[in-house]
Design a protein around this ligand. Structure first.
Ligand code: SAH
Length: 403
């Protein structure tokens, strides 16, 4: 237990687990579901997003949790120390720890700073583009504490601009509305970022998610290492993350395919900034139509990347989404040159790694191709995973060499 000095211990409301419902929590799981707590009058009266003291059915304190009596995930773990005061200093401390970890992992200040539960800040996402920071509050607690979070970000990173990207679908589950706004400073056009030594551009105010997908960093480096001397094509390219890294690594020609003009503008800018514009083409098209067209034309590439948006946004879409992954793998495999490399990605958290691997394998068979998996990976270490939430490891990337 930490030394609380002369500070009085703040008495947060006491929430009791129901008898027989303590096992998972005692084993370290950070969430308590609403049917596991005693929803007595105290519990029902807790304003959503307040810290509470969680007690086991026998009255033993389990720690400090955030609480929302109206959501399925009723309580989220904040601290095992029942004396913890959840104030500005608490949030700043967690943020400082998260930044220190990233600064050890990466030499440049371009990374995901906070990855929710795994960084001890349940529901909070923070991305950093040097002196521009984007924030997403996906729990009521984080939403209510946004001023403390912004103050902590100023204290720890002193950015020139901060953007609130509160437009995720998760917010609706917590009864929160969507909003995107500038919380500090100004943003004038796309911002610059670096990944694996390559320059990119992103629009954190109106691009996808928080502007950039740092999660694929290591997978981009891997596929780029295979791209030298051949043609590469990057489907669902967004701002060019995979494709431009292939070009910089020595691909003879790179085509980025996306249906978003804004994304392709950023990719083209990146090609220019990295001196590979003469080997880069942005192609505005539907990825599946372009895959069919290239198949019909009999074109092949040394490297094919297909890293789409989530095809399975909710569990009910699983069968349809899996068929889409399988089709994507089939079409992408068919345009991969013999001896070439194929990367299939998925960011659907509803599709577990074995299920995704199965769709990719079936797609290969459908295409009449054989090969070998060289890499089967998830997100980089700036997207850490809470040990008791393995299902939060949503990203999958499979790299194969095809015969
Ligand atoms: N591979 C990207 C991330 C993909 S995000 C990266 O490494 O950063 C999803 C992208 O797919 C978005 O840019 C979106 O515009 C694009 N997209 C979605 N559906 C598409 C379709 N049917 N055809 C082409 N692009 C599509």
């Amino acid at each position: 237990m930490s030394d609380t000095g002369t500070k009085p211990v703040k008495k947060y409301p006491a929430i009791h687990l129901q008898a027989g419902r303590q096992r998972r929590v005692m084993h370290g799981h950070p969430w308590v579901y609403s049917n596991e707590v005693q929803m007595d009058n105290t519990a029902k009266a807790v304003p959503p997003g307040s810290p509470v003291r969680l007690l086991d059915p026998g009255g033993t304190p389990l720690g400090i949790y955030t609480f929302n009596p109206h959501t399925l995930i009723a309580a989220r773990h904040l601290s095992g120390d029942p004396a913890t005061v959840v104030d500005h200093a608490f949030i700043a401390g967690r943020l400082r720890r998260a930044v220190e970890l990233r600064d050890r992992l990466f030499s440049r200040p371009f990374y995901r700073v906070v990855h929710a539960e795994a960084d001890g800040l349940p529901g909070l996402i923070v991305d950093r583009f040097d002196d521009v920071v984007t924030v997403q509050a996906n729990s009521v607690f984080m939403d209510r504490r946004i001023d403390d979070i912004l103050a902590a970000i100023d204290e720890v990173m002193a950015p020139r601009a901060v953007i609130l990207r509160n437009d995720s679908t998760q917010r609706a589950l917590e009864g929160l509305t969507e909003e995107t706004r500038l919380a500090k400073g100004e943003i004038d056009g796309p911002i610059r970022l670096e990944e694996n030594g390559v320059t990119f551009f992103a629009n954190p105010l109106d691009g996808q998610k928080t502007g950039w997908f740092y999660d694929q960093r290591d997978n981009r480096a891997f596929i780029a290492s295979l791209a030298k001397g051949g043609r590469a094509i990057d489907f669902f390219s967004y701002n060019g993350g995979f494709g431009i890294q292939c070009a910089v690594a020595g691909a003879t020609q790179v085509i980025a395919v996306d249906r978003s003009a804004l994304a392709l503008e950023n990719a083209t800018r990146a090609a220019e900034a990295n001196g590979v514009a003469d080997r880069f083409e942005a192609r505005k098209a539907d990825a599946f139509q372009e895959l069919e067209r290239l198949n019909a034309a009999g074109e092949t590439f040394q490297v094919v990347v297909a890293d789409p948006p989530a095809f399975v946004k909710s569990k009910k879409d699983l069968a349809v989404g899996c068929r889409a992954y399988r089709k994507m793998a089939r079409l992408a495999a068919k345009i991969t040159a013999p001896g070439g490399y194929l990367l299939c990605g998925s960011c659907s958290h509803n599709v577990d790694p074995p299920t995704f691997a199965e769709q990719v394998a079936r797609g290969l068979t459908d295409a009449g191709r054989s090969g070998r998996i060289l890499r089967s990976a998830g997100a980089g270490p700036d997207h850490p995973v809470h040990p008791h939430l393995p299902e939060s490891a949503y990203l999958k990337a499979i790299v194969l060499q095809l015969d």
